[in-house]
Design a protein around this ligand. Structure first.
Ligand SMILES: [Fe+2]
Length: 186
């Protein structure tokens, strides 16, 4: 197993049992559900890895789970990007960095998307900048990983079901192994 894969499994074992904000699932359950949806949707190894790790920024900071209640945006997508850039290429890093903007995009582009979001996700949307203006939509759509970021976001928003069972994290190690070691300092 790649050393990065081992570190990720260790990080989830250490911090993955924390609650995913006010959602009914833990960080680990949320990550596994997102990755599993990606696998079932036929995503490649990089996008399944991105789905598993899209919220890793939440595991890397010391802010409380209810930071949004205090009006704090934890900027977890930026923390996640900084960490992931050391270990993975843009096929993994970009959809993670873009997953918050992908929510803003989907709520702007699809009239019914906002209604599908959980209340905590609506709360954080406002802290994250709310809907996009036309110029922001144009820039976002022009990004080479636009479609991957949007696919990841749809799994993210569904991966909050306390009753949904998934394979354990070891099942996804093969995908991380396939794409680890392609970061800028790896
Ligand atoms: Fe998420």
């Amino acid at each position: 197993m790649h050393p990065t894969t081992l570190r990720i499994i260790e990080l989830f074992h250490r911090s993955g049992n924390s609650q995913y904000g006010h959602e009914a699932v833990t960080q680990l359950q949320h990550a596994l559900q997102a990755a599993w949806m990606g696998e079932r949707d036929g995503a490649d190894a990089a996008l399944i890895t991105a789905a598993l790790l899209h919220d890793i920024g939440h595991l890397l900071h010391d802010l409380p789970d209810d930071a949004p209640d205090q009006g704090i945006d934890d900027r977890h997508e930026v923390l996640g990007e900084q960490w992931l850039t050391r270990h993975f290429g843009p096929e993994v890093v970009d959809p993670v960095r873009m997953h918050v903007d992908a929510k803003r995009y989907l709520c702007t582009a699809e009239a019914d998307y906002l209604a599908k979001l959980s209340p905590p996700s609506v709360q954080s949307l406002h802290l994250q900048g709310g809907l996009m203006n036309a110029a922001e939509v144009e820039v976002f759509r022009a990004h080479p990983h636009f479609e991957r970021a949007v696919r990841l976001r749809r799994w993210d928003d569904e991966a909050k079901d306390p009753a949904l069972e998934t394979p354990p994290i070891g099942h996804f190690a093969r995908y991380i192994d396939e794409v680890a070691g392609q970061g800028v300092t790896a």
